[in-house]
Design a protein around this ligand. Structure first.
Ligand code: SF4
Ligand code: SF4
Length: 203
């Protein structure tokens, strides 16, 4: 019993000399400590659209949907900071490590409706050249191709994507009218997993 009382007395004297531990917010601006976890932000240029952040988010603050319209596919991400619990899992599991980054922003009170407290980004998709289904976000393929280096030639889909990005292979525009059954020649196309399996089995 004796030691805690002495300790409390020491803390009280320290507080009298140094001033209170608490900050005078909102009368004065509050500067959070270095590793404070505040509101996350998507950084569109560094995000490749893989969706890992949405899969690990325990609060379901990040959601995405894949949309196809007139042969153009997009993955649309919605991040809602009104339900985010600032756990940091999205940043910790981000494929590029900088696609979504927590800021030190803590004052998120707003007079806007909750549904307006969101950030949206879109990522263009590559579609299957046989069935027109979305395969993978364009930026994710580019990121993988860069990581693979010469190994890019081990996968016909990634290789074709890589060659087309360098303008070394004819680009193909997919429209729903072009949808067809996959055949042997389709093995050298950008395909979704289902069409790739079919093309391999038929050849
Ligand atoms: S910080 Fe946590 S709750 Fe917020 S978006 Fe990231 S994973 Fe979800
Ligand atoms: S790159 Fe990072 S921020 Fe973008 S979808 Fe993947 S995990 Fe999320």
């Amino acid at each position: 019993m004796r030691y805690p009382k002495l300790r409390e007395l020491r803390e009280a004297i320290k507080a009298l000399i140094k001033g209170p531990y608490t900050s005078d917010y909102p009368n004065k601006p509050h500067i959070p400590f270095e590793r404070f976890r505040g509101r996350p932000y998507f950084h569109e240029e560094d995000c490749v659209g893989c969706g890992a952040c949405a899969q690990v988010c325990p609060a379901k603050a990040i959601e995405f949907e894949d949309l196809v319209h007139d042969g153009i596919a997009k993955r649309k991400f919605t991040f809602r900071w009104d339900v985010c619990i600032a756990c940091g899992q999205c940043q910790a599991n981000c494929l590029t490590e900088k696609g979504i980054v927590l800021s030190q922003e803590f004052d998120l009170a707003s007079t806007e409706g909750r549904l307006d407290m969101k950030q949206e980004i879109e990522k263009e998709f590559i579609v299957c050249e046989c069935c027109g289904e979305p395969v993978v976000p364009f930026d994710q393929y580019a990121w993988v191709a860069k990581k693979l280096g010469p190994l890019v030639f081990s996968s016909s889909s990634v290789m074709l994507f890589y060659l087309r990005a360098l303008d070394l292979s004819a680009k193909q525009r997919i429209s729903p009218a072009k949808v067809s059954e996959s055949a042997r020649a389709d093995r050298i196309k950008i395909l979704c997993p289902r069409c790739r399996r079919e093309a391999v089995l038929k050849s």
